[in-house]
Every structure is written in structure tokens, then in C-alpha cells.
Design a protein around this ligand. Structure first.
Ligand code: ADP
Length: 243
């Protein structure tokens, strides 16, 4: 489903991604863990082409981009294959929950309005917000706003959903409701890559863990193995700090 090959990205002289290789199968849930500043968010943003990698290759489904020489058309197609759930939700403030979910369907995918509306209502019901269709972001809690963000990502019917620390901006009491929604859609077989600091959640929901440090993948493996018997010293240190 997804193949990243030798992805490199620098900001000025600082090389933040030092040749990342990663493959994700259809239906897999992969959690990316690692210390702050190790390049996790940048990697997700590169997959979605919110950041342009300096070099490497990205393939999602049947769309492949050579990041050294990308064409605009390929980038556009690649972007259409993934959807991002952001730390800070990134909702349109002047649009209702329903309008936020409909927006991408109507504007980007040219879905007829009534059909887009119906699908968006169903998705908001799925994330437990059937009673909040006409609420504006300012009238919703952080957890509810993030659930709108998840419904919006689902609406685009992407090959993969990229979660960038989806609960890190939330008050502790609101984390659970968002994790519950992610857990629910993970069970439906949607391919997901999740950057998270929630170790227990990663262990439970992810089939595979990728551990990054200093711009490189240090270790990866099945979630059960990874937490029980990490192979690398850097991984062990990280886990000792986090748990
Ligand atoms: P993580 O998600 O693992 O915390 P990030 O991908 O956010 O790490 O950041 C990795 C490194 O890249 C950090 O040193 C960060 O300061 C740097 N970085 C991220 N985005 C930018 C940017 N837009 N400009 C300059 N440096 C950046």
C-alpha cells in the first residue's frame, strides 16, 4: 500500500530525515514512536507532501513520486491518497462541524452536495457527533473538534490516514474519547500511521511499531515484540523514560 524509499529532508543545514525506508501493508496500523525532535512529524508531512522531501521515493497505492524530480500532477495525485489528522485539529473556524467534513468532498472531490451531506452526517454519527452537526468549532470541546477532524479525514476515503499526535493538544480527560474513535476505525481495517506519545494506546492498537531517533528508523517490529523485548539500547532507554 505504502512504500517509502530513502526519504531525506533537510531544513537548512539540519538533516531531519536521513534516508527513511518504510513499507506499510493495506489494513496495517503502524505507530511511529520516538523522542521529541526525531523527525516523526516531518516524516508524516512528507508522506502527505505538506513538506517536500529533498530526495527519495514515495508510493501510495498506484501513485509513485520521485521526490528528486516530482511532477505537479503526481504530487496532486499522491496528496489525494492520504488524509491527515493534525495535532491542532485545523478546522475551519467559520464553518460548522458538518460543513468542515463536507468541504473536502465538495471542493476537492466534486461530490454532489446532497451526497456529500449524507456521507458527512453518517461519519459524524460514527464519531459520536450526530447531535453536533451545526456546531461551530468554538462551541465544541477539543476532543469533539478532533473527532470532527477524524470524520473529515475519513470522508476523503483515503488509502491511508496519517495521525500526527492526535491527542497531544487535549486535556487529559478528553484523550480517551478520541482514542476510542481511532480504535474503532482501526478495527475496520483502515490503513493508518499514527505518531503518538501514548505508549499503552500504541501497544494496543498498532500491529507494528516503528521507533525513530535522530532522523532514522532505529528499530521496528510487531507491537508485542517491540515492547516486550526491544533490541536496541536507544529503544530501551526511550521506553524506560516513557513508561
Ligand atoms: P518530532 O515529530 O519527532 O518531534 P519533528 O519532525 O517535528 O520531530 O522535527 C524534527 C526536527 O526538525 C526538529 O529539530 C525540528 O526543530 C526541525 N524542524 C521541523 N520543522 C521545521 C521547519 N519547518 N523549519 C526548520 N526546522 C524544522
Amino acid at each position: 500500500m505504502i512504500a517509502l524509499k530513502e526519504i531525506r529532508k533537510s531544513f537548512g543545514r539540519h538533516e531531519v530525515l536521513k534516508g527513511i525506508d518504510l513499507e506499510v501493508e493495506k489494513g496495517e496500523v503502524v505507530a511511529i514512536l520516538g523522542p521529541s525532535g526525531s523527525g516523526k512529524t516531518t516524516l508524516l508531512r512528507c508522506i502527505n507532501y505538506l513538506e517536500r522531501p529533498g530526495s527519495g521515493r514515495i508510493r501510495i497505492g498506484d501513485v509513485a513520486v520521485d521526490c528528486g524530480h516530482p511532477s505537479k500532477k503526481e504530487i496532486h495525485r499522491l496528496r489525494g491518497r492520504s488524509a491527515m489528522v493534525f495535532q491542532q485539529y485545523h478546522l475551519f473556524r467559520h464553518k460548522t462541524a458538518l460543513q468542515n467534513v463536507m468541504e473536502g468532498l465538495v471542493v476537492v472531490q466534486n461530490v454532489p452536495k446532497e451526497e456529500a451531506r449524507q456521507r458527512s452526517v453518517e461519519l459524524l454519527e460514527k464519531v459520536g457527533l450526530g447531535a453536533k452537526l451545526d456546531a461551530y468549532p468554538s462551541q465544541l470541546s477539543g476532543g469533539q473538534q478532533q473527532r470532527v477532524g477524524i470524520a473529515r479525514a475519513l470522508a476523503l476515503n483515503p488509502d491511508v490516514i496519517l495521525f500526527d499526535e492526535p491527542t497531544s493538544a487535549l486535556d487529559p480527560e478528553l484523550v480517551g474519547e478520541v482514542l476510542a474513535v481511532i480504535r474503532k476505525i482501526a478495527r475496520e481495517g483502515i490503513t493508518m500511521i499514527i505518531v503518538t506519545h501514548e505508549m499503552a494506546f500504541a501497544q494496543e492498537v498498532a500491529s507494528r511499531i516503528v521507533f525513530m531517533d535522530d532522523g532514522a528508523v532505529i528499530e521496528e517490529g510487531a507491537a508485542s515484540e517491540f515492547f516486550r523485548s526491544p533490541r536496541e539500547e536507544r529503544t530501551r532507554q526511550f521506553l524506560r523514560r516513557m513508561t
